[in-house]
Design a protein around this ligand. Structure first.
Ligand code: SF4
Length: 199
């Protein structure tokens, strides 16, 4: 039986490979008020998408898909227009396309491609409260995300926890207490041969 990696893990990997490893392989699952608030905001946006889509399109449904080829699982909205064309739909938070959103789109499209046995290179991006734009994924963008996916699988299969990153993102990371980044750095400063993975 295949084990599928959620698309959100790829987004964690883009943020910090160590974070993705700690969460997916070692099953560290910290919860905080901040995470719950973000989840709540996301669901609110999804509800808005649903309401807007219901008024402007023929049908809206939320689907969950897996890819046997890439071992990834994901969920997104599927919108059917009045011309009976079906488009996967994703939520955009910023005016520019972020790498996180691109990862969510590409993983969604490859799962949808596999399920429908058709080449799919376009989707809708919803910018709350009511803008929906058509977005076409280029081959270069698709290959870039697939390369990241491949690297993540290699990292997970290696059994070696990736090194901590040195980034302001660490200040907002909920895995700070289990990552031991600062402790590892202090020990490494005293004993330079210590492995940075810290495990
Ligand atoms: S604290 Fe920094 S290095 Fe550690 S998991 Fe979080 S982002 Fe990665």
């Amino acid at each position: 039986m295949n084990i599928y990696i959620p698309a959100s893990t790829l987004i964690d990997y883009i943020d910090c490979p160590r974070k993705a490893y700690l969460k997916f392989i070692l099953r560290e699952k910290p919860y905080s008020a901040n995470i719950i608030q973000r989840k709540y905001d996301y669901i609110k946006n999804e509800e808005q998408l649903f309401k807007y889509a219901k008024n402007n399109f023929k049908k809206t449904e939320k689907i969950f898909l897996e890819s046997d080829r890439y071992l990834i699982s994901t969920s997104f909205y599927l919108i059917t227009t009045f011309c009976d064309k079906r488009f996967p739909a994703f939520i955009g938070k910023h005016a520019h396309l972020s790498l996180y959103l691109l990862a969510k789109i590409v993983t969604g499209l490859i799962c949808f491609e596999e399920a429908s046995a058709k080449n799919i290179d376009r989707c809708l991006i919803f910018y709350p409260p009511e803008t929906i734009n058509l977005f076409v994924v280029s081959e270069t963008e698709k290959q870039m995300i697939l390369e990241l996916l491949k690297r993540m699988l290699i990292t997970f299969e290696s059994g070696i926890i990736p090194n901590p990153i040195d980034s302001p993102r660490c200040n907002y990371c909920n895995l700070g207490s289990v990552c031991l980044k600062n402790e590892i750095r202090k020990i490494k400063a005293l004993h330079p041969l210590v492995d940075e993975t810290g495990r």
